[in-house]
Design a protein. Sequence first.
Length: 101
Amino acid sequence: MGGAAVAAEEAGASTQTIVGRRGFEVYVRPGTNAPARIGGREFTGHALDQMQGRGITPSMVKEALANGTRSAGRDGARIYRTDDLKVVVNPSGSVKTVMWQ
């Protein structure tokens, strides 16, 4: 939960006290979080909603972007996969969404 607290501090993400974790995800109403910059990377509000509800921290996304297998997505998006995560990045470089594999 510490990573989510960091995301909330740095990005102005929702201050909900409940954060999901793998296997025990929580519902985060779409539109709860506004787009934000975390650690120099832009995240869409949707990506932050998904991360918060699934218990995925910005450091996990950073790791996937640095070391994941890259492939092409739709409409110019890039997909980064690790054993655990799938991260979709818009052509602009912002993180579009994040999910467990």
